[in-house]
Every structure is written in structure tokens, then in C-alpha cells.
Design a protein. Structure first.
Length: 246
């Protein structure tokens, strides 16, 4: 309700691309946005890794995402689409950027479409409230006695497998697991991590504890969050209308 799903973001992106296409038409240029490749299912990493198969293949790393196809654009298309952010932009900083006598938006058709579409639905206070709840609830949940107790059980389970970590986040942040190639040791550790989460019921206990904290925090931010949620719904509805066309 207070954040967008991957599908929501793709819906918004598609609408922005259509607005950019229409802007390009005003300059007498065609623009056919490429469709994003279907994204790989991104696992939720809020509580660390949770999928055994992913752990066995990628360790603590995110699964690779398919590469997005690149649109083939002419120099003129690039200039109008990206404006001053384009390498083809006029070199004179203060000169008005033009194409065939018509002024190009500084951010180009794409940047102008994105900024113009998003602006009516911006709500800094609501976004800040949602972000604060997300950040604080995560930190505070780790202080809950039941969560601390299940962390100890998880740590004991890991020790039995030959690993010394006090919490799942410590394992996730192991320096050697953040750079370089994924090693066999990293994969083995990750699989053990997920196994111990499942054996101790850590994920449900942690989720329930944080959910309880969030519910209490939401009560104090109801007005701001309701407004944010309504703006999100309106923005998605506007995106659907743009995609549906006239």
C-alpha cells in the first residue's frame, strides 16, 4: 500500500516511455521504447537469504537480472530524448538546446516525461513517514526478546555446522561474500544459513515481531500514510490510462 511492487514500477515506466514517445513525435521523430526483459524473481532480502536453491547457486549474491535490450537510436533521437544529459547536446552550457528550431527540454523528452508524470503524486512527508517506519521497525525488531532468542538458536545451529555468526545479518555482511567471485565456501555457508533459518522458525518469528512493531508505528502516522497510499493508487491509475491510450 505504501510502496510499489516490481509490477507497479514497470507499469509506471511503461507510461513514462509512452509520454516520452509522444514528446518525440512533437519534434517529428519516432521513438519505439524497448520492452524490459521479464525480471528474474528477486527474493526478499529483508531478513537475509531465504531460498535454498538460490543460496546453492549464488551464495549471498542476488540472482543475475536479464539484460535490458538497447534501443537503436540516431544522433538526433538521442539528442532530443536525453536533452542536456545526452553526449549529443550542444556544448555551450547556457545556449538553448534546440532541434530544427524547437526548444528541447533540458532533461530531454524522457527526463521531462518522468519528472512531469511523477510530480503530481509526490508526497515527501508521507514517503518520509513510510521510510522511517520501515527503518525503525527493522532495527527495533532485533531487540525483541523472541527475536533475540531465535537468533541464538540460529547461531547455535550454525555453530553445529561449523560457522560462527551471532545473527543472520552478520553472515550476510561477511566481507568476502560481498565482492569477487562466489566461492564454494560462500555457497556452503549460505545453504547452512537458510537451513538453520528453517529449522529454528526464524523467519516467521522475526516477521511477526516486526509486523507488530509496524502496526503500532502506523497508528501514529495514519493521516500521512493514508495520503501516500491514495497518491500511489492515483498514480497507478494514471499510468494505466496512459497505456490504454485515447
Amino acid at each position: 500500500m505504501y510502496s510499489y511492487s516490481d509490477a507497479d514500477y514497470e507499469l509506471i515506466r511503461s507510461a513514462e516511455q509512452i509520454l516520452a514517445r509522444d514528446c518525440m513525435k512533437d519534434f517529428g521523430l519516432t521513438y519505439r521504447p524497448t520492452k524490459n526483459a521479464a525480471p528474474a524473481i528477486a527474493p526478499d532480502r529483508r531478513y537475509g537469504i531465504t531460498d535454498t536453491d538460490s543460496a546453492a547457486r549464488y551464495g549471498y549474491r542476488m540472482p543475475p537480472q536479464p539484460a535490458a535490450p538497447e534501443a537503436k537510436l540516431t544522433k538526433d533521437q538521442i539528442k532530443v530524448l536525453y536533452g542536456r544529459t545526452s553526449p549529443a547536446a550542444d556544448s555551450t552550457k547556457n545556449a538553448e538546446l534546440q532541434y530544427r528550431g524547437k526548444r528541447i527540454p533540458d532533461q530531454g523528452c524522457l527526463g521531462s516525461a518522468i519528472l512531469g508524470f511523477r510530480k503530481p503524486y509526490e508526497d515527501n512527508s508521507g514517503a518520509e513517514a513510510a521510510s522511517r517506519i520501515s527503518t525503525d521497525s527493522f532495527a527495533n525488531s532485533q531487540k525483541v526478546p523472541q527475536v533475540r532468542a531465535v537468533f541464538e538458536k540460529w547461531s547455535s545451529c550454525m555453530q553445529q555446522k561449523g560457522y560462527d555468526y551471532s545473527s543472520p545479518m552478520q553472515a550476510l555482511e561477511t566481507p568476502s561474500f560481498l565482492r569477487g567471485k562466489v566461492s564454494a565456501q560462500e555457497k556452503k555457508t549460505a545453504v547452512a544459513d537458510v537451513s538453520c533459518k528453517k529449522a529454528t522458525g526464524l523467519l516467521k518469528i522475526w516477521f511477526d515481531a516486526e509486523s507488530s512493531i509496524q502496526k503500532e508505528m502506523i497508528k501514529t502516522e495514519t493521516k500521512a500514510l493514508n495520503k501516500l497510499g491514495e497518491l500511489h493508487r492515483k498514480k497507478l491509475s494514471a499510468a494505466r490510462r496512459i497505456i490504454a491510450g485515447p
